[in-house]
Write a protein that binds this ligand. Structure first.
Ligand code: ATP
Ligand code: MG
Length: 464
């Protein structure tokens, strides 16, 4: 603590001079013969970065998710490197690199299309048990850390991480793992354990509660009972987290390939309030629950098959039953169908934007998918042909199928559209329904302007 304080006050360098090869006391060193990870499993760019740093005399390791995933036999999403070199020292070693970040200063090193994130070992900046913060650290009144960019030793860097399984350091040169916190054992036992006092670590950063749920579902780990215990009580702290950070974490969760398991787990642990505030209500309505379950299951399948997933589509699905309920309420109060739908979309999005801060770039897609839904009812005249040509037809159609599958619409409607889009022109003409309510010319022209097509054009305009 005093050493750290002096370092901060006098701007002393972190202990970067320590040779990379000599492990400090108290660390468990696991050889390749036990852990089984070979240098060749590390992406070329990460290898280039660790060896460049080590040759320059710094310590450098592959850390976090990559070391963990390799041990689990999974393909890591990205390779992060932790080093004793400061961001400036890293920057000076690699021509194609830049320093990023305000809260944490990191270096991105680029090789071809790949980017490796390099972070300097950071210290444990938690407030002391009596609530006093270490110099340079700022926490809000709930204990949430607002700034923690002070350097530290490798062991301190391990301790400031969230879970023991995320605090393993792999040295590609020696093919050794350094483990300060029994993360290796936890991983073998399929146990997710937070580092340090659970309640204190969640207070510092409430997002760790969401990470616990996501990582447990994604990696097939059990959350350790002590790690899980305070979550229910501390869930309200998520309200103090900046909405954009919540959104990023939610997106990771929804695109993890285990979204359904995560959402169920969030709900069990009482973490869904304030994230998707309607989720609890929705999941209690049989249709809403079925719709969301189907949407998440679909998304999970796509992610696992490496198919692209559109976050806009997913958020449109998650919020659909809220839109539907608001739409129905407005119609019951006497508003016209299409204006009521548009108003319902605005209502739902404005509430949701405040809570989860879904970036506005997704609004256009969501609105378009929603606004196109009434158009699937039009199966006569030129209307189905026009809908087929819409650039967003595929997404809107997939969405409509979910509505059929969940029991909100007749299955027959989905089957009709499936056949119609794959039929040849003659067969399509034969499939058209008779216009049930023939209108006088002048009225039908008026209807076209404000009817479903008009609504969708409106949505397209908004999307521009
Ligand atoms: P993923 O597979 O989703 O990338 P990850 O564990 O690599 O999982 P990242 O967000 O990439 O997650 O974080 C990299 C590492 O940084 C983590 O493994 C962990 O050691 C540390 N970390 C991330 N978020 C936190 C946090 N909120 N508190 C403490 N440490 C964190
Ligand atoms: Mg990662």
């Amino acid at each position: 603590m005093i050493r750290k304080f002096l370092r901060q006050v006098f701007g002393l360098k972190p202990p970067s001079a320590a040779p990379a090869s000599r492990p400090p006391d108290g660390v468990r060193v696991i050889p390749r013969s036990r852990h089984g990870i070979a240098r060749g499993q590390i992406h070329a760019c990460a290898l280039k970065v660790t060896s460049g740093l080590q040759q320059a005399g710094y310590a450098a390791f592959v850390v976090g998710g990559a070391a963990r995933d390799l041990l689990l036999g999974l393909d890591p999403k990205d390779f992060d490197v932790a080093t004793s070199a400061t961001p400036e020292e890293v920057r000076a070693l690699f021509r194609r690199s830049r320093i990023i970040g305000r809260r944490f200063r990191l270096v991105h090193v680029m090789c071809g299309m790949e980017t490796v994130e390099v972070s300097t070992f950071r210290g444990d900046m938690s407030p002391d048990a009596d609530g006093e913060t270490v110099a340079g650290v700022h926490a809000d009144e709930h204990g949430r850390l607002l700034r923690d960019n002070t350097f530290g030793s490798q062991e301190e860097d391990a301790r400031r991480r969230d879970f023991t399984v995320n605090a393993l350091f792999f040295d590609p040169e020696r093919e050794e793992i350094r483990d300060y916190l029994n993360g290796y054992e936890d991983l073998q036992a399929k146990r997710l354990r937070i580092i340090g006092d659970p309640a204190r670590r969640y207070r510092e950063d409430p997002v760790r509660m969401l990470r616990a749920v996501r990582l447990a579902a994604k990696l097939g780990l059990q959350i350790d009972p002590d790690t899980a215990a305070p979550i229910g009580d501390l869930a309200p702290l998520l309200r103090n987290v900046p909405p954009s950070r919540l959104f990023d974490e939610m997106l990771k969760l929804l695109l993890s390939g285990h979204a359904l398991a995560c959402v169920v787990e969030l709900r069990t642990r009482g973490l869904h309030h304030g994230l998707l505030p309607m989720l609890d209500v929705l999941l209690e309505q049989p249709l809403g629950e079925r719709f969301i379950t189907l949407a998440l299951r679909n998304t999970d399948e796509r992610v696992r098959q490496d198919k692209p997933v559109s976050p806009g589509f997913l958020f449109a699905a998650l919020l659909w039953h809220e839109v539907l309920a608001t739409w129905n309420r407005r119609q019951a109060a006497g508003e016209k169908t299409i204006p009521a739908l548009h108003q319902a979309m605005e209502d739902v999005l404005s509430i949701q934007n405040k809570q989860l801060a879904i970036p506005h770039r997704y609004d256009a897609v969501m609105k378009e998918i929603w606004a196109m839904q009434p158009r699937f009812a039009g199966r006569s005249g030129r209307r189905p042909f026009r809908l087929l040509e819409h650039p967003r037809f595929r997404a809107a159609y997939d969405f409509m199928l979910l509505r059929c599958e969940s029991g909100e619409l007749e299955t027959e409607l989905g089957t009709w559209w499936d056949t119609f889009q794959h039929a040849n022109p003659g067969a399509r003409e034969a499939m058209l329904l008779k216009d049930e309510t023939p209108k006088k010319r002048s009225r039908s022209r008026r209807r076209r302007k404000s009817g479903p097509e008009g609504a969708a054009h409106h949505a397209t305009d908004m999307a521009k």
